[in-house]
Design a protein around this ligand. Structure first.
Ligand SMILES: Cc1ncc(COP(=O)(O)O)c(C=O)c1O
Length: 380
């Protein structure tokens, strides 16, 4: 049997998503004791103890199927976002919702507008459904929403915008998103992926999209996740907010028990622990600024970030820097798949993890700027 011939045409050129390398794999392969992973934008503070305890409590019931549509979490999330319960979809990570959206709306003959350095899953999932991806160049590594709006044609079904964006860390302002929404045709969906929402909410010009835009725009879908600031990446829970009819269509193809029982319980408890979330956002911002200053001091330019990671320009190819750091026990993310061959993405770590990274960087030839060398020589 020629298996490839039997595979759907759209999938033949599909490339699997490359996740950040797991710690255990690097330890095994390189025989290293200490490995620090700064590659998947997980939160260095982990989850709220209340979320962990709710997860443990729920674990005794895992012989039962969970409630299919995560009703308690759905209700609580609706309350937090200021929308009706029917406007919420709970997914196995926001990644599942991206997939469900593409499966529901994008197909052969349709166009999907993305940024060239927008989160890669948008493009991958759209292509898997056979849609044509229209890739719009970013401007200074920020979504150029005007150019994206201009590239909409009668065939455009969806547009994806992550704000803050992964892997650049840049965000779009309230005025920019508002003007994009006003200029989009009513039958073109805008998926506003706010996976890093919590890190940006303190900014005056960052919108509260579910409150400010959703009531006015039936074609808007806002995505959030428990994988970043809530520290629950391993449990896989994401949220989507949209108008109720749209949600009901997505619900039709959602797997019946897509979010497992302990995950629903943990996410619900995480949502309620506002003090922990505030601490996480505060400490992440503090560590991000400290790390960015240290990297800049070494001559490595960081793109201004509003997320829990930094997109860092490197004087050597990013893939080479990735390899060099890996040998020294630090996992970062090369960005070749985005065409950013002179950048790496580094998740913000704890003070100790960031120190370990900086020490590893200092050992790599060709990275130090003259200024750093001089300062080092003077301090000796
Ligand atoms: C912009 C963006 N959207 C969505 C996701 C997927 O998150 P999850 O499926 O863990 O909710 C990520 C993960 O890194 C992301 O960076």
């Amino acid at each position: 049997m020629n298996i490839e011939k039997q595979v759907r045409t759209e999938l033949r050129s599909a490339k699997p998503y490359l996740p950040g390398k797991p710690i255990q794999e690097v330890q095994r392969e390189l025989g290293l004791k200490r490995v620090v992973k700064l590659a998947s934008n997980e939160s260095f503070l982990g989850p709220s103890p209340k979320a962990l305890s709710a997860q443990r409590k729920a674990a005794k019931d895992v012989w039962l199927y969970p409630e299919g549509a995560s009703p308690l979490l759905r209700r609580a999330a609706a309350g937090h976002a200021g929308v009706a319960e029917g406007q919420v979809i709970v997914g196995n990570g926001s990644d599942e919702i991206i997939r469900l959206l593409c499966e529901t709306f994008a197909g052969r003959g349709d166009e999907v507008v993305c940024s060239d350095c927008g989160f890669i899953r948008f493009r991958q999932q759209s292509e898997m459904m056979g849609a044509k991806v229209v890739s719009v160049p970013m401007k200074n590594l920020k979504h150029d929403l005007f150019a994206m709006a201009r590239s909409v044609t009668p065939k455009t079904k969806m547009m994806f915008v992550a704000s803050p964006n992964n892997p650049t860390g840049t965000y779009n302002t309230r005025a920019e998103v508002s003007s994009l929404l006003r200029s989009l045709p009513k039958d073109c969906l805008l998926i506003l992926d706010e996976a890093y929402y919590h890190y940006a909410t303190g900014l005056e010009d960052y919108p509260e999209s579910t409150l400010e835009f959703l009531p006015k725009h039936d074609n808007l879908i806002v995505l959030r996740t428990f994988s970043k600031a809530y520290g629950l990446a391993g449990l896989r829970v994401g949220l989507g907010f949209a108008n109720a009819e749209l949600v009901s269509w997505i619900d039709r193809i959602r797997m019946p028990f897509n979010v497992n029982l302990p995950a629903q319980a943990a996410a619900l408890a995480a949502l309620e622990d506002k003090a922990f979330l505030r601490r996480c956002v505060r400490e992440t911002a503090k560590n991000r600024e400290a790390l960015a200053s240290a990297l800049e001091f070494m001559g490595l330019h960081c793109v201004p970030s509003t997320a829990n990671f930094l997109c860092v320009e490197t004087p050597i190819p990013g893939a080479e820097l990735f390899r060099q750091l890996l040998r020294r026990g630090v996992i970062v993310r090369p960005l070749d798949e985005y065409g950013l061959t002179r950048h790496v993405r580094i998740s913000v770590g704890s003070a100790a993890q960031n120190k370990f990274l900086l020490l590893a960087l200092k050992k790599i030839e060709g990275l130090f700027s003259g200024r750093e060398r001089r300062e080092e020589a003077l301090s000796r």
